[in-house]
Ligand binder design. Structure first.
Ligand SMILES: C[S@@+](CC[C@H](N)C(=O)[O-])C[C@H]1O[C@@H](n2cnc3c(N)ncnc32)[C@H](O)[C@@H]1O
Ligand SMILES: *[C@@H]1O[C@H](CO)[C@@H](O)[C@H](O)[C@H]1NC(C)=O
Ligand SMILES: *[C@@H]1O[C@H](CO)[C@@H](O)[C@H](O)[C@H]1NC(C)=O
Length: 294
């Protein structure tokens, strides 16, 4: 593979310890909307990026390991911003799948991502951890689930599955029927539903909170984050209640928080799409990582 060193005028926050210089596989560059002229220089790039870099390019870039760019167009779907919350199909729990049919080894520890969006965050993790962990994405927009399933098929991963489900009412039955242990649950940048009378549409409701805490194995973790302080606080207040959940900074000094108790870094090794867009716009991400007591 050809590599090029690129000086990027982006905030350090975006690429963490890479700072402002990155090694970029040449092929990734072509998937961004930069000039594919091979004579370009670093200053050309800086100029171009300044003018043209969009956060969707950053998303493709961050997920370039998945090698999905070649079928992104084919998989392009127009997706409405919100689903109709009154639709009857969202008020019945999803059917529990035959776990033997969806995972090669359904006894592996499970990670569940609630409101997984495009699913690429979870695919990245699944590709990194074959035969170690299974990954389940729950998403209420059916088109996103269909596209994610096509991608998974192309990638021939056997440790990931996506379900069209209202996580608020489906999570409990799903994880309680799963043969292996529940190792990790994530709720990342959930839809905010700002108006007070719409708070009941938020994905994290009391019964879901209980089902997560009850079903995590001892030592299992819960990761929540939002770029909206109010939404992050809403989740935090609900989980801080539980003595069984300890925040990670009290257990692991390598994972420090700021003065307000928000985790300083994303502990997953990859950002979600919403997170990339929000950081591109300069927003802060409010994160909490809990561990269930042994
Ligand atoms: C703002 S997006 C964030 C997606 C992804 N986690 C990220 O950080 O990029 C929130 C996602 O949650 C999904 N969602 C909202 N309510 C849900 C529910 N009750 N069950 C499952 N998914 C839900 C939405 O359809 C949307 O895809
Ligand atoms: C990406 O996928 C294309 C199409 O299947 C394939 O030709 C190419 O070799 C893949 N690249 C990598 C780096 O896996
Ligand atoms: C999911 O189910 C809950 C509980 O029935 C409901 O309040 C919520 O509106 C549903 N979510 C969506 C997005 O339809």
């Amino acid at each position: 593979m050809n590599w090029c060193v690129v000086s990027m005028r982006m905030s350090k926050q975006m690429f963490g310890s890479f700072g402002s210089v990155m090694l970029v596989p040449f092929s990734c560059f072509r998937s961004l909307s930069f000039s594919s002229n091979s004579h370009f220089t670093s200053s050309h790039l800086q100029q171009q990026q300044h003018q043209h870099l969009r956060s969707s390019d950053l998303v493709s870039f961050e997920y370039s390991d998945l090698n999905l760019s070649y079928n992104l167009d084919q998989g392009h779907v127009r997706i409405r911003q919100h689903v109709n919350p009154l639709s009857a199909s969202f008020s019945v729990p999803a059917q529990v799948p035959d776990w033997n049919m969806v995972f090669a080894d359904p006894t592996l520890p499970l990670m569940v991502d609630i409101g997984c969006g495009s699913g690429r965050f979870l695919m990245w993790l699944a590709k990194r951890n074959p035969k170690v962990s299974n990954y389940l994405g729950l998403e209420i927009r059916q088109k996103l689930v269909k596209r994610a399933e096509l991608w998974v098929k192309d990638m021939t991963l056997d440790n990931i599955h996506f379900l069209f489900a209202n996580a608020t009412i489906s999570f409990k039955q799903l994880v309680e029927s799963y043969p292996g242990p529940l190792r990790l649950v994530s709720i990342l940048c959930p839809d905010p539903h700002f108006k007070k009378r719409h708070h009941k549409r938020r994905v994290l409701q009391k019964p879901l909170v209980g089902a997560i805490v009850d079903n995590l194995i001892p030592g299992g973790q819960l990761f929540v984050q939002s770029d909206v302080l109010e939404v992050a606080l809403d989740m935090r207040i609900q989980f801080d209640e539980f003595d069984a959940l300890k925040h990670i900074d009290t257990l692991n000094p390598a994972m420090p928080c700021d003065d307000e108790g928000w985790l300083l870094r994303n502990p997953m090794g990859i950002r979600t799409e919403r997170e990339i867009h929000a950081e591109f716009e300069g927003a802060k991400i409010y994160r909490r990582l809990y561990q269930k007591q042994m």
